[in-house]
Design a protein around this ligand. Structure first.
Ligand SMILES: *[C@@H]1O[C@H](CO)[C@@H](O)[C@H](O)[C@H]1NC(C)=O
Ligand SMILES: *[C@@H]1O[C@H](CO)[C@@H](O)[C@H](O)[C@H]1NC(C)=O
Length: 342
């Protein structure tokens, strides 16, 4: 009798253990996958710390840690290299270290192709590109349009209320060879253009930037380069957040159409000449109804500005599971300059 009881007890105990093992086991497989992203050096030596469990709770199946200690190289899942420091020789790729199998190397740059230096030396080295372009492995644009959930919001009564300048331009790096300088020069002979920035020694503080631009009907969101999808904070932040209508020059018109809110900008290439552009600006500024049409997009759209390195690295985290299992950028230069097929 006692023996029987003992056997039953033992059986119950074993069953319990088995169940514990099973549930314990399945609990384990639901544990988030852990991904370590090693930032080899800080982009432009930004002072802020990039490391930590930066990516929050919203990626339930993945747990990402961003680290900056190079000693963690052997166990990192992704190593991110910001291009500027590599091409200027401030930093080097750790080509002497044995590269752990499965580890991915990511090339990160938000500069336009002409400012990326000679990339031919990086052929066959990187597995991923992190860039503003939509065809990058991880797309990290300077800004994006999002559907405005709070639909129906009426724009301000009179957007032109505080406007005292027709067109404004903020420029620190003036080079007469840039196309934007040529357009500015010609435009300013026809209509008044108020210029701020280092070039004219009228620097604006970060706090003064948007309120100053908001006093202009139009803001010249001219990029320094004309390159595919290269649309920077000049559009997303300076123009859209200030409430001046952007006059854009840079990427082709169809890129702006694909990426920016509809009827929210005026592209220089939409006009046969700078003179025609100038005439158009005068007409629109003189017609409140036509001018306000450039703000109608706000009913359906809103704009998100992205200027945070940590956030960009977190995008890598949220896309980690969907990365191609095996990929090598055999000709990075061709991809960047749009001459390749990759
Ligand atoms: C104009 O400026 C005043 C005072 O700063 C402000 O209250 C008002 O909202 C501004 N109007 C517009 C349309 O921005
Ligand atoms: C990453 O690229 C290297 C070539 O530099 C290649 O040997 C390796 O298989 C690639 N790894 C992945 C995970 O794509």
């Amino acid at each position: 009798m006692r023996k029987c009881l003992l056997v039953t007890c033992l059986c119950v105990l074993l069953l319990g253990l088995r169940n514990f093992w099973l549930t314990g086991f399945s609990f384990d497989s639901n544990q988030p996958m852990h991904v370590t992203i090693l930032m080899w050096h800080r982009p432009f030596s930004v002072p802020n710390d990039l490391s930590g469990d930066a990516c929050g709770d919203h990626h339930s199946t993945l747990f990402c840690t961003i680290v900056e200690q190079r000693s963690l190289f052997p166990t990192a899942d992704v190593v991110v290299f910001h291009n500027y420091e590599l091409v200027t020789g401030r930093e080097k790729l750790p080509l002497d270290l044995p590269r752990p199998p499965g580890q991915r190397w990511a090339w990160l740059s938000l500069e336009s192709p002409v400012h990326n230096g000679d990339l031919r030396r990086f052929a066959g080295i990187f597995n991923l590109t992190i860039n503003y372009r939509r065809d990058a492995d991880i797309t990290t644009p300077y800004g994006e349009r999002l559907v405005n959930e709070a639909e129906g919001e009426d724009p301000v009564q009179d957007i032109t209320q505080n406007k005292s300048f027709l067109a404004c331009w903020v420029v620190s790096n003036y080079r007469s060879s840039y196309r934007r300088s040529q357009v500015y020069k010609e435009l300013s002979t026809i209509v008044p253009v108020k210029v701020y920035g280092r070039w004219t020694k009228t620097l604006l503080t970060a706090e003064a930037l948007l309120p100053t631009i908001s006093r202009c009907y139009f803001y010249l969101a001219f990029e320094n380069s004309e390159a595919k999808e290269y649309i920077t904070e000049k559009l997303w932040k300076n123009a859209y957040l200030s409430g001046a209508v952007p006059v854009v020059l840079g990427a082709p018109v169809q890129d702006y159409e694909a990426l920016a809110p509809p009827h929210s900008f005026i592209h220089v290439d939409q006009f046969a000449s700078v003179k025609e552009l100038a005439e158009y600006l005068l007409q629109v500024a003189g017609d409140k109804k036509r001018y306000s049409e450039y703000f109608r997009w706000k009913r359906k759209w809103k704009v998100k500005v992205s200027n945070n390195w940590k956030e960009r690295l977190c995008k890598l985290c949220s896309h980690y599971e969907h990365l191609p299992p095996n990929k090598v950028h055999t000709d990075l230069a061709a991809w960047v300059h749009g001459t390749g097929t990759m």
